[in-house]
Design a binder for this molecule. Structure first.
Ligand code: PGA
Length: 255
């Protein structure tokens, strides 16, 4: 990991209840009270956002949402706008998570609109990209991932890139217990960074954080974080336990 501040996200997905979510957030806050060498964001289910915000309070942990809709308001039954998220204290939003792409059928065009709107609203946008197993086995990993990056960033100006975090999450590694090797992940991260340099400048590419996601656990986190272009992680399963989540956060300290 470089001089970029690492960022660890806890993506709770559709898990926890109100009480258990508040207690999980409380344990994370307590355990990370004196830890400030990386950014930490929790992404609870939408209906718990305000409750989790009250637990996070003035700690250095940020509140995130797992999704948003790109329109400001109107007849979009079941959706939530970025401004509504901001109203309850959300400062970060996941866009294009593989479950949104592959389970809910979100397209690159839809994801592109969400990225633009989120950034325009002043949110930190975590643009998630990643290839499926079939795409990987067909040798298409870089084509798929880099085209998702280009498409997701296509309306973003260089001075807005500071609001973006990229998350490389190979779909075959999410929730499966299979992790990309640190070398494989590092190669893809480097290609993503080179693409950002091509689209903008090398300087801005060097400042952009790229998280890895996909079965990150306390026992594989340090090896991933030791890679030059891996700037933290987006954690699913292991973020549901305060012990494992905070162990991963603390692993960012190990060079
Ligand atoms: P996982 O999920 O850590 O359970 O593989 C990662 C993610 O979906 O962000």
């Amino acid at each position: 990991m470089s001089q970029r501040t690492p960022i660890i996200g806890g993506n709770w997905k559709m898990n926890t209840g109100l009480e258990s979510g508040m207690s999980l957030a409380g344990s994370i806050v307590d355990s990370l009270e004196v830890f400030d060498s990386c950014d930490v964001v929790l992404y609870p289910p939408l209906t718990f956002l305000q409750a989790i915000e009250s637990v996070i309070g003035d700690s250095s942990i940020a509140l995130g949402a797992q999704n948003m809709w790109h329109e400001e308001s109107g007849a979009f039954t079941g959706e939530i706008s970025g401004a509504m998220l901001g109203d309850v204290g959300v400062t970060s939003v996941l866009v294009g998570h593989s479950e949104r792409r592959h389970v809910m059928g979100e397209t690159d065009a839809c994801i592109q609109q969400k990225v633009s709107t989120g950034v325009a609203l002043g949110l930190q946008v975590v643009l998630c990209v990643g290839e499926t197993l079939d795409q990987r086995e067909a040798g298409n990993t870089l084509n798929v991932v880099l085209s998702q990056v280009r498409s997701g960033l296509s309306n973003i100006q260089e001075d807005q890139l500071v609001q973006l975090v990229l998350a490389y999450e190979p779909v075959w590694a999410i929730g499966t217990g299979k992790t990309a090797t640190p070398e494989d992940a590092q190669n893809v991260h480097l290609e993503i960074r080179s693409t950002i340099a091509e689209l903008y400048t090398d300087a801005v590419a060097q400042q952009t954080r790229i998280q890895y996601g996909g079965s990150v656990k306390p026992d594989n986190a340090a090896d991933l974080f030791a890679c030059e272009d891996i700037d933290g992680a987006l954690i699913g399963g292991a973020s549901l336990s305060a012990d494992s989540f905070t162990a991963i956060v603390k692993a960012t300290r190990t060079p």
